[in-house]
Design a protein around this ligand. Structure first.
Ligand code: KG4
Ligand code: ZN
Length: 337
């Protein structure tokens, strides 16, 4: 099953070609970071327009790189949600038009299912069941994964997502958008123990998260001070440690609740080195294993969408009522395979 995957849910235009037997054949991504930087965050209308401009070029490029004749493509998949509605509609329309002209089935897939299954793009994929920590700019959740499409949400953020907390704290530290990777880089030169921030909700007997108080703690600690570069790095390190401790603590709780011995971490914040190292160490202590996609497939990408599309199209699922775009879409409402 040769599937073209299209991702346009936020500020990355991404395309990939995935073959059920041979794996990933080609993928391309255009990041809109330069376009949105001046505004300090994503401007939805600019995002939609840029997806329209870049998508046809990326699709042509992916087909050329893979040496693929469009006549051999068996299906098209696109991100149908959750995400920015205008941006989603670009991907949905382009994917549906291509599928119509190529006379192949088309399917809108769930962005977070893409993140969740992205480790299956790697050589040593996790077996089911596992627990997944999904940490992105818009979501923070712990999910019990029984099988493809069988997802039970064990806990979610009550306010800010982990990536959002990284981005907002980075802004407080005058770091450029997008803040998460910049803050992580700054934290590398931080001195341990100079600041200490709360570990929100860690003692509560649930798998839910809350990050807005942590951001406020950073505001309070820094508002009357003029920080030099070293002190900004110290704050960045203390913030990152607080987030990592909190995420790791909740993962351990979720593993305890489910009895799972495999943990997947995915989504943009899953690219964070300190988080990966900590979760890896915790899993070794437990005699379990941590799985994650390569860094470029932790953040938004087309490969994860092509993969989910290939799996679901092969099972006969298709868009029955035309293109779909949903700003909100609960992960636990998906159809099992
Ligand atoms: O999954 P993603 O690419 O897009 C969404 O679906 O939201 O995640 C983007 C988020 C941003 O908040 C970004 O700052 C964060 O992931 N991020 C990181 C790192 N790389 C990306 N946060 C912490 N450390 C990183 N290395
Ligand atoms: Zn994402």
């Amino acid at each position: 099953m040769l599937t073209l995957g299209i991702e346009t849910s936020c500020d990355e235009t991404a395309v990939a070609l995935y073959d059920s037997e041979a794996g990933l054949l080609a993928h391309r991504l255009h990041s809109q970071v330069d376009l949105h930087r001046a505004y300090g965050g994503v401007v939805p209308e600019l995002a939609s327009r840029d997806h329209i401009r870049k998508l046809p070029l990326l699709i042509r490029d992916v087909l050329e790189r893979a040496g693929t004749d469009p006549a051999t493509i068996d299906g098209v998949a696109y991100t149908a949600g959750p995400g920015l509605i205008g941006a989603l509609m670009v991907g949905a329309s382009v994917a549906s038009s291509l599928a119509f002209s190529w006379r192949v089935p088309v399917l809108g897939v769930h962005h977070m299912e893409g993140h969740l299954l992205a480790p299956m793009l790697e050589d040593d994929p996790p077996e089911f069941p596992f627990v997944a920590l999904l940490v992105s700019g818009g979501h923070t959740m712990l999910v019990a994964v029984e099988a493809i499409g069988r997802y039970q949400i064990l806990g979610e953020t009550l306010d800010d997502a982990a990536g959002e907390a990284f981005d907002k704290t980075a802004k407080l530290l005058d770091l450029p958008y997008p803040g998460g990777p910049a803050l992580a880089r700054l934290a590398e030169s931080g001195r341990d123990g100079r600041y200490r921030f709360p570990r929100p909700m860690l003692q509560k007997p649930t798998c839910d998260f809350s990050f807005s108080g942590l951001k406020t703690a950073v505001v309070v600690a820094t508002r009357d001070a003029v920080l030099d570069d070293q002190e900004r790095a110290d704050v960045a390190l203390a913030f990152e440690q607080a987030v990592v401790d909190t995420l790791a603590g909740k993962c351990l709780r979720a593993l305890g609740e489910t009895g799972a011995s495999r943990l997947v971490v995915a989504g943009g914040v899953g690219a964070n080195k300190r988080l990966r190292e900590r979760l890896g160490a915790e899993m070794s202590k437990l005699g379990g294993r941590l799985f994650y996609p390569r860094v470029e497939f932790c953040t938004d990408n087309g490969a994860m969408i092509a993969l989910v599309g290939a799996l679901r199209l092969a099972a006969g699922q298709v868009d029955a009522d035309g293109p779909v775009a949903r700003a909100r879409w609960p992960l636990d409402s998906l159809e099992p395979l």
